[in-house]
Write a protein that binds this ligand. Structure first.
Ligand code: AHG
Ligand code: MN
Ligand code: MN
Ligand code: MN
Length: 337
């Protein structure tokens, strides 16, 4: 297949997209450079000192791993110099990241999870980077940067992820389909490998951490049971249970094969009544991709893309993947209301 780069694809195949501009392309290329640098470290993690913990606890209350910190510092350094951003938010930073005064700025807003699935790093299991791109509103009724940043997922102008796995992939959307690119290390380019990804309407895989069964309410137990129960789920056999523990890897597999990822609210931690996953740097970008691929996403009641964030690190229950499977989850929760 002739090699098609990300830039070529954006400019040729999405030329009608308002995103096919030089400024957006340079933002994307800085993200791509960051991912190549992170991929290089991930791929030799056992040989360089990037495994294990830093000893820090982040704003999420999580133990920070060296590769979390490495990926975060690479992305912050590069994106501060992209010259097109007015705000940067990271899962690892409590507040928005400052862009030094002497560096040029622009109207884009970037929110990212620098390393998703980081507890898996030391075991050489797939991890990824998730990004969400918003735009500053011309007439924003507020001057405070954070207020400009807190926009619902439907306002995203682009979203995507990098997956550091058997190969390094980039999957993203600008609202005109979902397109996958695979890094060819011999030329150092991401080349088109999965044009116009569409996800099956009904899946055959469910991904959830069943270890939380005793922290779930009745409705959630009924939801998870639906996918295991051949008499109920319309397949006549159980959905296969697959759970990698890296959201981006579980999401990517379900996107291609069909299926649903579930991270319900649980009563495990009273400080996290809405579960573990973050709205702005995890749920919203994946929800945009999923919708563009013909799938759906929900917090059990509302479309993830319709949820107005009230704070940068807001958490949200997440059900995302094949449209019919997400609809069934909402139907079961409605029954219990
Ligand atoms: P992160 O590494 O960015 O903090 O995200 C980890 C998330 C997500 O990748 C994964 O689906 C989930 O944590 C797994 O959580 P549990 O270990 O509670 O199942
Ligand atoms: Mn984390
Ligand atoms: Mn994450
Ligand atoms: Mn993370």
């Amino acid at each position: 297949m002739r090699q098609v780069t990300v830039t070529e694809h954006l400019l040729l195949h999405q030329k009608e997209s308002p995103m096919a501009t030089g400024r957006f392309t340079s933002l994307l290329n800085e993200l791509i450079l960051s991912a190549k640098i992170i991929s290089r470290e991930v791929n030799k993690a056992g040989l360089v000192d990037v495994l294990g913990l830093t000893g820090e606890i982040n704003v999420q209350g999580e133990a920070v791993r060296k590769l979390d910190e490495y990926a975060n510092s690479v992305l912050i350094h590069r994106m501060q110099r992209a010259g097109v951003l007015c705000a940067i938010g990271s899962e690892e930073n409590a507040d928005l990241v400052e862009i030094p005064d002497h560096l040029p700025k622009g109207d884009y807003i970037l929110i990212f999870d620098p390393l998703d699935g980081s507890t898996n790093i030391d075991a050489n299991v797939n991890v990824g980077t998730i990004f969400s791109i918003l735009k500053r509103k011309e007439k924003s009724e507020c001057s405070a940067r954070l207020c400009e940043v807190l926009q619902k997922g439907a306002e995203q102008v682009a979203a995507g992820y990098f997956l550091y796995g058997t190969s390094t992939m980039m999957v993203y959307t600008t609202g005109r389909g979902v397109h996958g690119f695979t890094l060819d290390p011999s030329v150092g380019e991401f080349l088109l490998s999965h044009p116009d990804i569409k996800t099956p309407e009904k899946g055959k895989i469910y991904s959830v951490n069943e270890g939380y069964w005793h922290y779930w309410d009745e409705a959630t137990r009924e939801v998870v049971d639906y996918f295991k129960n051949p008499a109920l789920n319309g397949r006549g056999k159980p959905y296969s249970q697959r759970y990698i523990g890296s959201l981006v890897a579980d999401f990517h597999r379900n996107l291609l094969y069909g299926g649903i990822f579930l991270y319900p609210a649980d009563m495990q931690d009273p400080k996290k009544p809405k579960g573990k996953l973050r709205l702005m740097c995890e749920a919203s970008p994946l929800a945009f991709i999923c919708r563009e691929a013909g799938g759906a996403s929900s917090d059990g009641e509302r479309d993830i893309l319709d949820i107005e964030p009230s704070e940068l690190h807001e958490r949200v229950p997440l059900f995302i993947g094949s449209k019919k499977d997400v609809a069934m989850v909402e139907e079961i929760y409605r029954k219990h209301k």
